[in-house]
Write a protein that binds this ligand. Structure first.
Ligand SMILES: [Zn+2]
Length: 88
């Protein structure tokens, strides 16, 4: 096993549920439009998706860069904790 796994790179948040990196997760565009109020015609790129997860995604774990998209979060049974649940 390589010493550093790509999935542990906090610079590109990773969803271990659907095994997708934020940069590739085009479904985040809908969230960006909704939460940030961006125009649907705006070009939303990988850097925007990374920043969105880091600043807006409640499940984002800055220790290992993991987060869950809404679908995976629901699949996990919508876990919660008093401090705010972070994806392990
Ligand atoms: Zn997911």
């Amino acid at each position: 096993m390589p010493e550093t796994r790509a999935t542990d790179n906090p610079n590109d948040p990773y969803d271990p549920g659907c095994e997708t990196f934020a940069t590739d997760m085009e479904s985040l565009n809908t969230d960006i439009i909704g939460v940030w109020g961006w125009d649907p015609d705006d070009a939303i790129g990988p850097d925007d998706r990374i920043l969105f997860v880091k600043t807006e995604e409640g499940t984002y774990n800055k220790e290992n860069g993991h987060f869950l998209c809404m679908r995976c979060y629901v699949n996990e049974g919508m876990p919660s904790s008093p401090e705010g649940w972070k994806c392990p």
